[in-house]
Design a protein around this ligand. Sequence first.
Ligand code: FAD
Ligand code: NAP
Length: 494
Amino acid sequence: MTTPKHYRVAILGSGFGGLGMAAQLVRAGETDFAVFEKADSVGGVWRDNTYPGAACDTQAHVYCYTFFPHLRVSKMFAGQDEMLGYQQQLRDAFGLERHMHYGAEIVEARWVEEEAHWFLRLRNGEEYTADFFIPAWGQLNSPKVPEWEGRERFRGIQFHSAEWRHDVDLKGKKVISIGSAASAVQYVPFVAEDAERLEVFQRSANYILPREQIEFTEEQLDTFEQHPETFEASRRAIHELREAGFERTRSNTSGQAEGAQEAIDYLHSVIEDPELRAKLTPAYEFGCKRILRTSAYYPTFLRENVSLVTDGISHFTERGIVTADGVEHEADVIIYGTGFHSQNFQGDLRIVGREGVTLAERWGEEDAEAYVGLSVDGFPNMFLMYGPNTNLNHNSVVTMLEIQQAYVIDALRKTAGIEGASVEVRRDRLDAFNEALQDEMRGSAYSSDCSSWYKNSKGKVVNNWSGTVEEYRDLAGSFEFEDYVVRSTAAVPA
Ligand SMILES: Cc1cc2nc3c(=O)[nH]c(=O)nc-3n(C[C@H](O)[C@H](O)[C@H](O)COP(=O)(O)OP(=O)(O)OC[C@H]3O[C@@H](n4cnc5c(N)ncnc54)[C@H](O)[C@@H]3O)c2cc1C
Ligand SMILES: NC(=O)c1ccc[n+]([C@@H]2O[C@H](COP(=O)([O-])OP(=O)(O)OC[C@H]3O[C@@H](n4cnc5c(N)ncnc54)[C@H](OP(=O)(O)O)[C@@H]3O)[C@@H](O)[C@H]2O)c1
């Protein structure tokens, strides 16, 4: 039997999280690492979401790493192609290609106590070991389609927004699109242009603010490139503005009321028909779900060929969908903008920690928790990227990822001198962190009454961070030994 190849660090996934982690390792002088990606290329959600209109809704100047500013991004709310392109540039600039394993789905990760390392098994049968394991499988890459009665009977074409069928020409087709959130509001205006008839099925209305797009001139881009401090100033100003906007997601604040009013005013400025206005008016607190930014969605409902359906879905037929009022809506194509399995925090693999306990067992069905979103007791030398309670509504997830990566680098640096080091977060630290976080959540719009992917079925917010990014940085700014049980193989008698 051959000994598996060993790395100091093994990263799972090559989206913003995994690639950024790899780049940070290179910056720290670490070369003994590998990135395992189940797909055949980098990019994560920006590789997968190619639907028409896919774009970031966080300004591109904050939706990139500070150590690798996206200096020539052409517009503030840049499209999927530029988001993917940025990640490819990141890969090339830091020489990451030689560390990549593609078609490399990790199906099992097992902590080996005696060796103080992780054993990794891939779907293709390959095996590896690593001192540190950094899962970066994201929160939004497993498409979800609800199980409506008779869905399999539908004879037309059906697909999810994250698995867009570019081979399907929507021209002249009758199309139904289900969902009215971040993905749907981006592709619906484009589908409306092609389809003969488009029916948008909405279960809940969303708060929408207009997107104030900025397209940069060549001259501006040259300035950013020649004087990166001007880009940095722009990044900082946007970051601060968005941090101030966090208050809008706190219940019963003037900021929240202001945000709601802005959204309603915008709705009223575009939609005059009282019945349509009423249907598009959210019936829950501002900030409970993701606040959307688009100037193209509401005007779509002024088109002759588009209608908004708010009656619930009863069942599917061979020809389309029957709503609760008994009406059959016929379609050639059904598009699901119905989101993702966002609480699948343990990924699709089996992770086995100390004493044979799996991560799925440690967390139960839907109670994922981690110290500063990074560390779980019983799982030494494992740091999660974009783990539980690290998603944001008000600012850039990439800024959170950068803080997490710096924490890991700090941990690697501080443990480098310990032979066979393993660090396991103390349960009391995790519990105290989580209690404070959930306490904060009580005053947050995220916990209020609406359906959202931020909460589990018991209403506990498990996806989102409870504060500002800077509050997170204060807590996760450095790795501290006192938060961890530190072990060394040198201390174990032979
Ligand atoms: C359409 C869309 C738009 C978004 N826009 C914004 C935005 O504007 N602003 C914002 O802040 N956030 C946005 N987000 C949130 C986004 O998820 C994060 O910003 C960020 O891109 C997540 O990166 P990640 O690397 O953590 O995860 P992902 O991008 O999901 O990458 C995970 C990677 O892990 C791989 N993988 C998974 N399991 C395995 C396995 N077992 N073995 C090997 N590889 C595996 C996957 O193939 C994938 O490449 C958006 C999300 C979506 C879906
Ligand atoms: N940069 C961007 O602009 C962008 C674009 C896409 C995605 N994203 C990220 O990805 C996240 C997910 O966005 P998403 O739009 O793909 O998913 P989502 O926010 O989970 O929205 C899913 C939509 O499908 C509807 N839906 C789900 N189940 C349903 C059912 N059984 N019957 C009827 N309707 C149902 C939901 O209605 P309810 O609201 O009633 O639950 C909602 O409108 C976003 O919050 C954001 O973080 C960002």
